[in-house]
Ligand binder design. Sequence first.
Ligand SMILES: NC(=O)c1ccc[n+]([C@@H]2O[C@H](COP(=O)([O-])OP(=O)(O)OC[C@H]3O[C@@H](n4cnc5c(N)ncnc54)[C@H](O)[C@@H]3O)[C@@H](O)[C@H]2O)c1
Length: 214
Amino acid sequence: MAGLGLRGAALITGAGGALGRAITLQFARDGVRRIAALDLSDKGLTETAEALKSEVPNVEFLPISVDIGDEEQVIRAFGSTVSKFGRIDYAINNAAIAAPFLPTGETTIADFERVQRVNLRGTWLCEREALKQMVNQEPLEALFIDTPLVTPVIRTLLGPQIDRTPMGRLANPEEIADAVVYLASDRASYITGSVLSVSLTLRSPRADADPQFR
Ligand SMILES: NC(=O)c1ccc[n+]([C@@H]2O[C@H](COP(=O)([O-])OP(=O)(O)OC[C@H]3O[C@@H](n4cnc5c(N)ncnc54)[C@H](O)[C@@H]3O)[C@@H](O)[C@H]2O)c1
């Protein structure tokens, strides 16, 4: 098992950029063997491919030239990823651009719209395609393990909430231990003052009822 032993397929936007490349390499080091890399920059994608090949050569790498602000291109990119890998387990919305570093009073509508098109619209388009795929696929794990604290009575009472968690089950103790050790480790060296929720986060019942989310 490599690194964190992650399985499944990852899709990373802005994977030709500095942070996107680092994320791509880290996913590979931690075990992911199918990675789709989306970026506007072919040069950036080539550099990421080369870095990956020299460090973790046994990764199926799918570079896709895409402008994330363009709906058709995003739909095509996600479609190609699912055609090749069959699923998407990790969707990392990393691509973004920066506005000119000016006082707000000196910025233009064109600057505002350019940033909104990539950072807001583009991120939303990618999230939408990722969610469409993810709600239709089986989760990687389907474990259903309790601790003794969750008595059968509590379990029955919690039933409806548990069914509405993304995993459809309670967390197991090891999953909590993983999060604790992660936060204590160098892997979380720049995470301070944040709350990491490893809990019964609920899916929205309205989203569940909406056929578009199915
Ligand atoms: N560098 C920082 O200090 C910093 C700080 C906070 C947040 N971030 C965020 O980190 C993320 C990565 O930034 P980075 O620092 O690696 O910058 P970067 O410029 O190296 O990477 C951004 C990548 O996004 C790609 N991209 C831009 N527009 C695109 C589009 N329309 N479609 C597809 N790809 C597009 C670029 O080609 C580039 O490869 C961004 O979301 C950025 O906002 C960076």
